[in-house]
Design a protein around this ligand. Structure first.
Ligand code: NAD
Ligand code: MN
Length: 503
């Protein structure tokens, strides 16, 4: 059972290796989504605090022990981080359940897996190699150095605060960058606990990892526009992402964006039906649908449509709503009151568009195991891909079921959308599996599985779902830049008024 002591917990934030309040002294309240009551006080930082944090990160990047450390030593520090996460996994998970309403079963799995990011990128730190180039000039020795980009600003959403931070922090530290992290104003607590229980005891030099808590338009924009920040790694909604990209462009920052989705989960009549039903459920009702990779458009082949819907409704009906702190709860609360209202308004939109509600379709009260911010698992059939309920991200437990005829039809519907984050394909045909994987425009295609992630596999979006990739070998490239070095061992020679080309 989760400790739900009513006394407000007061947090400080972590800048330059010290625990501090916001310069203004202001705080904001963070709520427990299950009770709807405030449980923590978080520093409400502003531009002054961002300046302090970026200055600290900038000093740590330019001087002091961090830039002096060998990549091997950085890797060792990252292995200390991994071991500390292993020790604190349960507690970190519980804090996120309290602050975000995520299920303890999901958080236990996430925090148990999180050390792998620090082992993997810690191991990669001293495998970053430049190159020697056989340049087309006599007596030259040319090489390429791989250097860290500098101070990185991370902007994190509320739906998976720790995991999405780890995806950025591990490659950034391995590359030799220093960072300033801005968590969501709704879910800052787990990151602050992570700083206290993991980063501080891991004894990184001061200023290498800093946190600035507070509101997006204040703290987020100050970070995105700060002249000493070299790169912004953002995860969040596509509208905010576009704004961040625009602001960052003014000072030519490097930007990576992990944005929203409206992912198709495509079921062919040659699938294993029970697996596919379970995959459809995990696509939309896991994490209460509050996941960027939600399989929120279920594309069903005509021939199995009715039978599939029947099985799906039967399974979804049994979902246990309740306290996210209990191990057997399957659907928890919506994280914020605004998100709760947004989900309900999309249910109304779908009904208004003529979609057919075959399950749920409104708030879930206490008699259904729910409470203040619970939405019933909801399924709409008869959805046309042109409807708003098919095109717009709901970010809640609301599924749109769309019929298709054949493979071409499935591909057309799957790709007829602004987003391109994930896709599921359910089939027993090897040929169809590979064909569909190539034809779908999305950063990830899962065949006969859904919502699987790994530190080893690149993750990111096509189209409006983002820019750049996290995870896997290539993610570290986002935190590095190349420097070309020319060493001439011969006479300078040539006409000094003309560019030195080869011929
Ligand atoms: P959001 O875009 O509202 O906020 C994300 C972060 O940006 C928060 O920290 C917020 O404070 C900050 N922010 C808000 N306005 C800002 C501004 N003007 N300048 C700078 N920063 C600002 O998103 P959210 O509601 O917290 O998260 C849900 C969204 O995140 C969904 O759309 C979801 O699909 C997306 N998401 C994407 C991925 C992915 O990896 N692709 C993962 C998780 C969530
Ligand atoms: Mn909260």
């Amino acid at each position: 059972m989760l400790d739900r002591t009513t006394k407000l917990v007061s947090y400080q934030t972590y800048i330059d290796g010290k625990w501090v309040d916001a310069a203004s002294g202001k705080t904001l309240q963070s709520s427990d989504p299950y009770t709807g009551e405030p449980w923590a006080l978080i520093p409400e930082c502003d531009k002054t605090d961002v300046d302090r944090a970026v200055e600290a990160a900038s000093r740590a990047f330019d001087s002091g022990p961090w830039p002096q450390m060998t990549p091997t030593a950085r890797g060792q520090a990252m292995r200390r981080i991994a071991q500390l996460i292993e020790k604190q996994a349960q507690h970190l998970g519980e804090i996120e359940v309290r602050d975000n309403g995520k299920l303890i079963s999901e958080m236990a799995a996430q925090t148990r897996y999180m050390p792998e990011w620090f082992y993997y990128y810690g191991g990669l730190a001293d495998k970053v190699q430049g190159a020697v180039v056989p340049v087309d000039r006599p007596e030259h020795f040319n090489y390429i150095l791989k250097e860290p980009v500098g101070v990185c600003g991370f902007i994190i959403p509320w739906n998976s605060p720790l995991m999405l931070t780890a995806w950025k922090l591990a490659p950034a530290l391995a590359a030799g960058c220093t960072v300033v992290i801005k968590p969501s104003e709704f879910t800052s607590a787990s990151l602050l606990e992570f700083m206290k229980l993991v980063i501080e005891p891991a004894e990184l030099p001061p200023g290498v990892v800093n946190v600035v808590t507070g509101y997006g338009p204040v703290v987020g924009e100050a970070l995105v526009t700060h002249p000493k920040v070299a790169k912004i790694a953002f995860t969040g909604g596509s509208v905010t992402g576009a704004r961040v990209n625009e602001l960052a462009a003014k000072s030519f920052k490097k930007v990576s964006l992990e944005l929203g989705g409206k992912s198709p989960n495509i079921v062919f009549d040659d699938c294993n039906l029970d697996d596919a039903v379970s995959g459809a459920v995990s696509g939309i009702f896991a994490a209460t649908g509050q996941t960027c990779i939600a399989g929120s458009r279920l594309l069903l082949q005509e021939s199995i449509h009715d039978k599939f819907v029947e099985k799906l409704v039967a399974m979804a009906k049994t979902a246990r709503l309740g306290d996210p702190g209990l191990a057997d709860t399957q659907v928890g609360p919506v994280t914020t009151p605004a998100q709760y209202q947004k989900i309900l308004s999309y249910i109304d939109i779908a009904k208004g568009e003529g979609a057919n509600c075959v399950l749920g379709g409104g708030p879930a009260g206490q008699e259904e195991g729910g409470g203040k911010y619970f939405v019933k698992p909801t399924i709409f059939t008869g959805v046309d891909n042109k409807m708003r309920i098919a095109q717009e991200e709901v970010f809640g437990p609301v599924l749109s079921v769309i019929k298709f005829k054949d493979e071409d039809d499935a591909v057309r519907i799957a790709n007829d959308i602004a987003y391109g984050l994930g896709a599921g394909v359910w089939t027993q045909s090897v040929k169809r599996a590979h064909t569909m994987a190539r034809r779908i425009k999305a950063g990830t295609v899962w065949v006969n599985t859904y919502r699987a992630v790994s530190f080893l596999m690149p993750f990111g979006g096509y189209k409006a779902s983002g820019l750049g990739r996290e995870n896997g070998m290539e993610a570290i490239e986002g935190y590095l830049q190349s420097k070309s070095v020319w060493i001439n061992n011969g006479p300078a020679g040539g006409n000094p008024f003309v560019m030195k080309t080869a011929s």
